[in-house]
Design a protein around this ligand. Sequence first.
Ligand code: NAI
Ligand code: MG
Length: 793
Amino acid sequence: MPSIKDIMQTMEYGPAPESNSEVRAWLDERAAGLGHFINGRFTAPGDDLIEVVNPATEEVIGRVPKGVAADVDAAVRAARAALPKWAALSGFERARYLYAIARHIQKRERFFAVLETMDNGKTIRETRDIDIPLVARHFYHHAGWAELVDDEFPDHTPVGVCGQIIPWNFPLLMLAWKVAPALAAGNTVVLKPADLTPMTASAFAELLVEVGLPAGVVNIVHGDGETGAAIAGHADIDKVAFTGSTDVGRVIRRQIAGSGKKLSLELGGKSPFIVLEDADLDGAVEGVVDAIWFNQGEVCCAGSRILVQEGVARRFFEKLTQRMKTLRVGDPLDKTMDIGAVVSKKQLSRIEALLETGKAEGATLNVAPVELPKRGAFCAPGFFTGTASSHTVSQVEIFGPVATTQTFRTLGEAVALANDTRYGLAASVWSENVNRAIELAARVKAGVVWINGTNMFDAAAPFGGYRESGFGREGGRSGMLEYLALPADKKGKPRPAPTLVPQVQPFTGKADLPEIDITAKLYIGGKQARADGGQSYTVIGKSGQAIGQAGLANRKDVRNAVEAAGKATGWGNVTGHNRAQVLYFLAENLSQRRAEFAAALAASGASPKAEDEVELTIRRAFWYAAQADKFDGAVTATKSRHVTMTVNEPFGTMGIVAPDEAPLLSLLSLILPAIALGNRVVAVASQSHPLIAARLYQVLETSDIPGGVVNLLTGDRDVLARTLAEHDDVAALWYCGSEEGSAMVEKASVGNLKSTWSDYGRLRDWRDPKQGQGREFLRRACQVKTIWLPYGE
Ligand code: NAI
Ligand code: MG
């Protein structure tokens, strides 16, 4: 007779299916097709329908129309019409709707969990314990923001009509991440779910009818990429929010370049999962389960590159192999399953092709010894060994349940490996030594870092990427700001074209040059530098006379300046206090030379009130000096037993293109916030009034600003702006120029998906502190890193 021990060890799981009869009945009633949800009503589904498939069973569970331009147009019109009333409601009134949505979701948690599982293939354990509870949490949290928006965001207004495009990996959760902050801030919405997973969005629309949300506030248009493109490109959309692949993120960035639409992109990742030799290895192994085997690995922030310190690597991989044997793959509605189906057969083929590439390039694929169901899009979980950074599978998002692995010796090597990717979405760090863990968290380029944990989310914790993982944040205060506008964002008067077109001085052989007051050079790496081509251009002053020569920088000069900036890394590591001291010193030096600056500005003809402009510039320098050690991150209330920190990190190298108006004040209004937070800048001074740059670098030289922190170029604004936009080592770019120049900059920046801030050729009143100075400039000069630190045993 077998002993109890034997029985316990050999006992199989019995099936524990979650009932789906309620959802089946709901689906049956809608078998003819689900319509779009426009202006509070469902449209007739029509004939041209997309079949919605349950990837675990390959059954068709529903049909949705493919939205065409006319559908998108109707939805945008409804959203536009609903906007004034919705925006005018008090925060309290909007909050009541959001609370009602949250409560209704909670009442139907089981229904939504089952429907999501049937549509997406993810396990019921995850939809029940993670997706749907987070959806409810998101609406509750943002009901709170709706309540507080006037107090917490004074001067801000809603952006307007938001076009939102979401992916299929967390269908209802991504909807919540988009809709909740938009509504809280007073916007209206046109949302497109992924065509692979449209069902919970439709059920959500029905819930909105029950809640009594005013018609037109949320509109849902079904369809594929073309429908998405019609939304992003619609002329009456004010903001586009997208989550999905980096490729499509680029397409959208290009498509709407120059339109003035606000944009947030949450894109792909190849996130490192770093195990130090002092980690709790069993904890870290469980971490891998949640990092890459969670949601079939279809997670943008999945820990898909496992990096292990050499001394523990063998033991770690042994433990991982053991743990992998216990994973259960199968019917996602079965409550005992760890891994369900991937979203579609097509996605499965994509994953399998990448796994083949990995093997063909010489890596070994270790897979869990599981028997996959005969039907359905199932993929065995596993991990590669023998992968190097150069392997395709180490660089490309697999978006399936397979991680790559690499080993390292030192902390420095771990950082280098972790950052050896185009992406920067998330990272996970495992160590029992808090010093080492936090050091890694600080040095890894990622928008979210989990220490001794992974894939934790909360509505209060900003989420979003560095580098090619996109820009903008979702969640918390940062997320709200993506849906709010400031008065200065509203279109001002158009900026006149530059009065001066840089032209190389022709060689005449005659002594006909007027008396030159000043010959300005470029300022690169802390040194005055002649323009690479040896060229300069004549600058015309107030009287119409030539008043000097300015360097005519070319692409090579931009590259040199970016290189110099790239080397000045120390600036980001000194304390805010240190930076403040340097800025105070700069302000003092400016103020000692105020008469000289005023005279130069007056002679340039750029500034009717030259003395005032200098005075305001000095004050602005003091203001940003004061901010250098005060523009803080926060500790955010998220899950229990966690400290969740948001840190404002500098981008690194920023490009700045200054306008012609108020040439001293505007140039420093842009440079100061950037350097106050620890960025290095390559700044292009006013094209028409470039001589002020020469006076400025004389001040910089005597102000203890380390070489390379501020680089100043003069020349053709848009030629230099384009080179900055195209440069992969420039992480963010601010552009003040023309409308066409703004479009050019936004298009040219898709290479590394840099964060851009363009003014679309509209004037800003630099003298007005509400427009020319403020927290918005500081916010735009940094990116938020969210660090999760657990405590307790
Ligand atoms: P995708 O980026 O094409 O789809 C995401 C959403 O964008 C869907 O709603 C789709 O209809 C829409 N879309 C597609 N083309 C569009 C366009 N030109 N304009 C506007 N909207 C458009 O992703 P796909 O093709 O489903 O998956 C391919 C790969 O992308 C995956 O294997 C994965 O690597 C990555 N991906 C990453 C996600 C993330 O959360 N970071 C989510 C989904 C996919
Ligand atoms: Mg589906």
